[in-house]
Write a protein that binds this ligand. Sequence first.
Ligand code: ITT
Length: 197
Amino acid sequence: MNRRLRFVTHNAYKVREIGAILGAAGIEVLGLDDLPAFEVVEDGDSFEANAEKKARAIHRWTDDAALADDSGLAVDLLGGAPGIHSARYAGAGLKRGEQDAANRVKLHAALAGHEKPKARFICVLAYVEKNKKPLFFRGEVEGTITASERGTFGFGYDPMFVPTGSTRTFAEYSPAEKNAVSHRAKALQALMRHLAG
Ligand code: ITT
């Protein structure tokens, strides 16, 4: 497969994860480095709505096919929160590392006293090609929330999420291990099956 596509995100971790998975399939991923001021207000009421909004916005700037993901962590005990609000759960305006840390502190506080609460990571990809309807691909991974943070890899809620069947958090997985099983990987595999078919 020899394609170029724009992946719409300001999250460098996502670019790395997606670049590694699609790069192995011969798909070149272009980030937003040349468009640093590009910003989309994520005010949709679903992962699909936000992902589509991001992908359509970039597609107006370029003829390359556009791919965006909206993702998050849904905790059963919290009725699916933080869900689509995962990125700015602790409030907006912080730098990435501080934001992620503050989000985790808030989530641990919300879950205090509960043992191994169930949660799932969700990723919805929106894929937009010229003159075509957007396509959506979803990936999920189930697991539990730890009582304390462990591990240094990854980003976001990775240090507090243990996928079902494992004893390690996603932040204790190497990038390659996470890319083999993550919600983002599953959604990307569905996209690649579509592109190959
Ligand atoms: P863009 O909108 O620019 O892509 P973002 O980080 O704001 O970057 P989202 O709006 O999709 O992305 O929010 C996703 C949030 O959900 C992210 O900031 C993390 O807090 C969390 N999240 C999603 N996938 C994750 C993963 O693989 N590991 C850890 N946390 C994740």
